[in-house]
Design a protein around this ligand. Structure first.
Ligand code: SF4
Ligand code: SF4
Length: 266
């Protein structure tokens, strides 16, 4: 079995939610409005074991455990263009530094390598080339040019302990997260929960939280303004507005702390 695929740079997949590695999320905090997406994977699903390894596993009451894919994302409404897409809708303006997710497309390292074939079928409207003129990219359930897939998978493996520690802490402190996962698990198609990004910062030992917040706050404020009054983007608007308010409080706490230290040091 062989599959052919070439990107024609049509820009059609550059809108809506963009999954990121933690490293890419931090690197692009001045560009993308960040959130954490917790996606439920039910027992028996093909990617259950891999999802549990890269994210976490949660027991819901007396039911079997679910696996949860925990993904930092650029959190955009489905039809809103990526902020890095040029006005022509074609060009990626950050080509040299674009996230690993965009480099590894259409492969997806949250799935086992043997289960990638259907990702090579373009969605309606996408102008990916899958003709005989395109190169073979997948053969006998193995990826042919695999460097970007391997790099993204490697980052996901390396960040897994951080995400597990973050998830354990949040699940212990916030019972509403478990309740929201239970609701998501009960949806016929499966579901997801969107959480603020800032809770993961505490698990990233060496990060400068103030610098992060100063970069992320204007992005969240900008997207809050862009989605104000858009009824189809109401949940996104509330997320941007509330997360921006959280960043402002964080910065205010840090500046008060700095002021107190400065005064007492005299
Ligand atoms: S970073 Fe570039 S390639 Fe990736 S979604 Fe945005 S515009 Fe597209
Ligand atoms: S939809 Fe296909 S051809 Fe268009 S930018 Fe995305 S991967 Fe490339």
């Amino acid at each position: 079995m062989e599959r052919r695929f070439a990107c024609t740079a049509c820009g059609k997949c550059c809108s809506g939610r963009l999954p990121l590695t933690l490293k890419d999320a931090l690197a692009h905090a001045g560009r993308f409005p960040l959130a954490m997406l917790w996606t439920v994977v039910r027992p028996g699903a093909k990617s259950f074991a891999l999802t549990a390894r890269l994210g976490t596993e949660v027991r819901l009451g007396k039911r079997k455990s679910i696996a949860v894919q925990i993904t930092p994302v650029s959190y955009l409404p489905p039809l809103m263009a990526c902020p890095a897409l040029a006005a022509d809708g074609l060009l990626c303006t950050i080509h040299a530094e674009k996230p690993l997710r965009c480099r590894a497309m259409p492969f997806y390292p949250y799935r086992e390598e043997r289960d990638q074939a259907d990702l090579l079928v373009p969605r309606p409207g996408w102008l990916c080339d899958t003709s005989e003129a395109a190169p073979v990219v997948y053969r006998d359930h193995e990826i042919v040019g695999r460097e970007d897939f391997d790099r993204e998978r490697q980052d996901l493996v390396e960040q897994a302990p951080v995400l597990k520690a973050y998830a354990d802490r949040l699940l212990a402190m916030a019972p509403n997260v478990t309740a929201a996962l239970e609701q998501a698990a009960n949806k016929p198609q499966g579901g997801y929960v969107v959480l603020g990004f800032s809770a993961v910062l505490a698990r990233l030992g060496q990060i400068d939280v103030v610098t992060f917040a100063r970069r992320q706050l204007p992005v969240l404020s900008d997207f809050a303004a862009r989605t104000a009054g858009l009824s189809a983007a109401g949940e996104f608007h509330r997320y941007y507005r509330d997360s921006a308010a959280g960043m402002e409080r964080l910065l205010a706490r840090h500046s008060q702390g700095a002021g107190t230290k400065g005064n007492s040091g005299g």
